[in-house]
Design a binder for this molecule. Sequence first.
Ligand SMILES: Nc1ncnc2c1ncn2[C@@H]1O[C@H](COP(=O)(O)OP(=O)(O)OP(=O)(O)O)[C@@H](O)[C@H]1O
Ligand SMILES: [Mg+2]
Length: 421
Amino acid sequence: MTTPLLTGIDVGTTKVSVLIADLVDDTHYEILGVGTAPARGMQKGVVVNVGEAKETICEAVAAAERSAGYEIGTAFVSMAGAHVSSVNSHGVVGVSGNRAIAQDDIDRALDAARAIAIPHNREVLHIIPRNFVVDGQEGIRMPLGMHGFRLEVEAHLITAATMTIKNLTQCIEAAGVMVEQFVLNPLAASEAALTDTERDLGVVACDVGGGTTDVAIFIEGNVWHTAVLPVGGNHITADVAHGMRLPADVAEEVKIQHGHACTQEVDDSEVFRVCPFGFEKPIDVSRSELANIIEARSEEIFELLLQEIKRSGYDGLLPAGVVLTGGTAQLAGFRQLATGSLGLPVRVSSPSDMRGLVDQVQGPSFSTVVGLLNWAIRETRYANQAPSNGRHGGNGNYGSNGNSGPGFLSVVGDWAKRLTP
Ligand SMILES: Nc1ncnc2c1ncn2[C@@H]1O[C@H](COP(=O)(O)OP(=O)(O)OP(=O)(O)O)[C@@H](O)[C@H]1O
Ligand SMILES: [Mg+2]
């Protein structure tokens, strides 16, 4: 049976997670089905082997469908990778006649903001309004219904490589699922990881996964900067494997069980047993030696993050600090190291406030897939509320995948709604 249930598919570098949920009311959903599969054919957030990626996505989709007892029709799908880039853009339009600003005017202003030169091999994934200016009056979050002659919008434009979008689309379709919308990974993760207060104050959401570190900066309730850095927990595991001469699967286990990101927190006398290449039996290895390896790579991740924060130009506007999520955020000592390296308050966040099959989606590695459902429920709500304006692409996704979504204006109403209590 095909149903209009909400579905989120997070195609990560280490795992594919699929959630199927039923709407309880306008703002709540209940998770009915969960499917996960170890990812194959993915590297640093993008498909590198279509055959393998198709298999693993099919596996996770089938598991979710079995657990929910429903077949998936369409899904909100996460998009990551270093090919994603973002830029802030500006659009201006005139409002003719003595009338209040209508949705169509906002639409035109966003169209104007979108009209910057984009290389032919890239597509706009999202165009998100940050702020409006009406007749020179700045800081307007929702201009609908206001009077004015000149409407300006500051928008955050996110683009992605066309080929990468196509590759992921064909892998999702191979599982019998149509892509309803692609959602940039850091935006999806932020949906589950951040509080409204943090967004309003100014915060960096940082999802440290296996192959990527996804960054989103929110200020005054809205997204002002996004980036996907091509480094994550898999690089830490690779360093451990290399430095300790261990097979990759053993290095992963050792990292999770004995790893620590702050060498100074680890007692020099602590040891664990492991069997490196060249040894026939397990030997004692110092835990602080392991921590040294992990600390070096973790510091590099935070250095890159700090560079990105500085590059955004918003480094002085982040009183709520950094919210870490993603599987690697579970690493012992990771938060302490981040606090020292970044010089900002840091907390670790996991999805909360869920209903249904919540046991299987606990922990920070599920922020993105849960965030996709949070994103989907708002999109669905506004699609139902907003009058149709004949546009396609939803959420500023202006046709990235050719599928229709809720009206483009839904996102304006959506972000504005979040900002106004
Ligand atoms: N308890 C733990 N301690 C330390 N690291 C962990 C723990 N659990 C998982 N990880 C690490 O988290 C990473 C996977 O995180 P996550 O599930 O968020 O990645 P992903 O979404 O598949 O990848 P990406 O978002 O980078 O594409 C792996 O590198 C794994 O080693
Ligand atoms: Mg991820």
